[in-house]
Design a protein around this ligand. Structure first.
Ligand code: F6R
Length: 637
């Protein structure tokens, strides 16, 4: 949530800041602002609403300053008004700060600072920070909690360090001061912050896409680190003031990944990238030379035996769409690998964890690798398992993420990357399919180790996985135009129901989530068999029902459940097997997918639902890539 950028170098900072904010706007878009420092002036420009409003304000403003910070906001404390937009300043407007996160103890700090004469102008938690730094610049702490006081290097750095030590919460910061025109300070404490290394110029951002156009050399700060960027280089310190030795890494992401490449929206582009994503996952995790006779696993997970052997349970922690992918994962892990599996909302688990179970693999699933609840739940689990005297409770932690450079990778010792490339659309699409692929590989590897399926069945499923990219292409080619036309019928629809069973029940949940988050239509996903236990009362001719009915154990059951809905006058849309007479008789509109093994069907059945929600939202003229109230990574609790 919230995007932070910063620049120090030789070019005009404000242009670079705005370009950076454009790539980070998906993190929050309630308001935006920049502050630059040059020729003894701190110039701050802020605007309510989308970044375009800030750009309009900046047009025609000559600002040659070479140092600055910028922010795009997802409101936590204080309404999305201009006076709450970042950057925030101290009373004398000498220091400007942008923040991503939450300062939990801001109320007491605010009272303390007000009592000392500081004047506050916003309702935000962030504003305490510039005031606190101003206070420590004027009155350095009497007993600085450091044996290495940084005043010799920079009193700005030392004052910022003292201020940061007073803050409670999870945050990332970028700070400038007109009195220190050669310094950009950045801080990371449980919210992401990366530094880009150029030639005589340095960048910072809460996410690497903002840095990628300028440099591939990036240093990701760890929690509890503070850095000083000058035109000469980067110094990194811990919060006690000790200098740390740090080197940048080279990113292998490409700026082209963050362009729309002719698509109207990132979401549509990302839906279309899915065949390629599945291909990359197969290339990464499948042993191409494997055959049934080879006597080894077809999967290359590169995970230690100690993590995967003798498992009695698996628990998966996730939020949102990742939670839906995890439900598909549970189905696979139980039905294919025979490991009892529970899936928990990370936000619930962290305050009410289940009693410890023995020999348990804990998996955190998060595409961004930055979701605050998922990270906190994993950290808590790791801590309580490490504290247990029973060695059967020892932590076995695995992350599944699309961002192997994220906070998740710092938290857990083993990570499976989902290889989807950066996802910009706020609604997750290709990363969901990539998470499904990760669960296929994990469950097949465990099935192989535990010998829960025959090698012939294993070979059959591997062959089925290999066919998926071409089948995805077929779904996209055959449905795009029809779904676009179908979407016209729902311009005024206010409620939708999605039903599915078995491995496609989570796809019904995902279809409903996609529709509500980007089209603002109320939608619910149900296990089809549960409809008659209550929700069927909602049905009439105004409430369309989307049923996922693909061949397998529950096909006829779902068709019967769909008939029950039809008998209540609901308009029926079916995600159904291609060329199926029963389906043609039952449904009013058909979204056909190739016939595949039931276990593999979610990879295909989700696509028509993504297209349906995309086209309904686009048809309604909504901002598909940046839906209201949402942000791509939820880095606050
Ligand atoms: C929905 C969506 C969200 C995320 C959720 C978790 O399209 O994107 O529901 O799935 O916020 O995010 P990650 O996977 O980054 O932990």
């Amino acid at each position: 949530m919230c995007g932070i950028v910063g620049y120090i170098g030789t070019r005009a900072a404000s242009k670079i800041l705005v370009e950076g904010l454009k790539t980070l706007e998906y993190r929050g878009y309630d308001s935006a602002g920049v502050a630059t420092v040059g020729e003894g002036i701190l110039q701050r420009t802020r605007a309510k609403g989308k970044l375009i409003n800030l750009q309009t304000k900046l047009e025609g403003l000559e600002d040659p300053a070479h140092l600055g910070i910028g922010h795009t906001r997802w409101a936590t404390h204080g309404k999305p008004e201009e006076h709450n937009a970042h950057p925030h300043t101290d009373t004398k407007e000498r220091i400007a700060v942008v923040q991503n996160g939450i300062i939990e103890n801001y109320r007491e700090l605010r009272e303390e600072l007000k009592a000392k004469g500081h004047q506050f102008r916003s309702d935000t938690d962030t504003e305490v920070i510039p005031h606190l730094i101003a206070e420590y610049l004027q009155n350095p702490a009497e007993n600085p909690d450091s044996d290495t006081v940084l005043t010799e290097q920079s009193s700005f750095l030392e004052a910022a360090r003292q201020a940061v030590n007073r803050l409670k919460g999870a945050f990332a910061l970028a700070m400038v001061s007109v009195d220190f025109p050669d310094e950009l300070l950045v801080v990371r404490q449980q919210a992401p912050l990366a530094i880009g290394f150029g030639q005589g110029e340095f960048f910072c951002a809460s996410d690497t896409p903002a840095i990628m156009p300028y440099t591939q050399a990036v240093l990701t700060l760890e929690n509890g680190e503070l850095a000083r960027l000058t035109r000469m280089g980067v110094e990194v310190y811990d919060f006690t003031g000790h200098r740390l030795k740090k080197k940048p890494q080279t990113l292998n992401w490409n700026p082209i990944m963050v362009e729309k490449q002719g698509f109207k929206h990132f979401m549509l582009k990302e839906i279309y990238e899915q065949p390629g994503v599945v291909r990359t996952c197969l290339e990464t995790y499948l042993d191409t030379s494997w055959d049934q006779q080879s006597g080894r696993s077809p999967i290359n997970l590169n995970l230690p035996n100690a993590l995967l052997d003798d498992l009695e349970h698996i628990q998966i922690l996730a939020c949102g769409t990742s939670w839906h992918a995890s439900l598909v994962g549970k189905y696979l892990l139980e039905q294919v690998a025979n490991v009892p599996t529970v899936v928990q909302y990370a936000s619930e688990f962290r305050y009410a964890p289940a009693p410890l179970m023995a020999n348990t693999l804990t998996i955190g699933v998060t595409q961004s690798g930055e979701t605050a609840d998922t990270l906190a739940a994993l950290e808590m689990e790791q801590t309580r398992r490490s504290a247990s005297c029973d060695e059967r409770h020892a932590p076995r932690m695995l992350g599944i993420t699309n961002r192997v450079d994220s906070s998740l990778s710092r938290l857990v010792p083993h990570v499976m990357g989902t290889m989807a490339g950066i996802e910009i659309g706020v609604a997750a699409t290709k990363t969901f399919v990539a998470q499904l692929m990760a669960f296929y590989f994990l469950s097949l590897e465990l099935a192989y180790r535990r010998q829960t399926i025959s090698s012939a069945r294993l070979a059959e499923l591997i062959e089925g996985l290999r066919q998926l990219p071409a089948q995805l292409e077929l779904v996209l080619e055959s449905q795009e135009r029809y779904v676009e036309e179908l979407s016209h019928d729902f311009a005024d629809t206010t409620d939708f129901i999605f039903i599915g069973r078995g491995i496609n029940y989570p796809i019904a949940l995902e279809g409903a989530l996609k529709l509500k988050e980007i089209s603002y239509i109320h939608a619910e996903g149900y296990p089809a068999g549960e409809m008659k236990h209550g929700p069927i009362a909602l049905l009439d001719e105004k409430v369309p029902v989307v049923a996922i009915a693909t061949p397998g154990t529950v096909y006829e059951k779902v068709l019967s459940n769909a008939q029950e809905a039809k008998a209540r006058d609901a308009r029926l849309i079916g995600v159904v097997p291609m060329n199926d007479a029963d389906a043609e008789d039952t449904f009013d509109a058909l979204l056909p997918v190739p016939i595949v093994d039931e276990l593999l069907s979610p990879v295909l059945t989700v696509v028509p639902l993504q297209l349906l929600s995309y086209h309904i939202a686009a048809r309604r003229g909504l901002d598909v890539d940046q839906p209201r109230n949402l942000a791509k990574s939820v880095t606050v609790e």
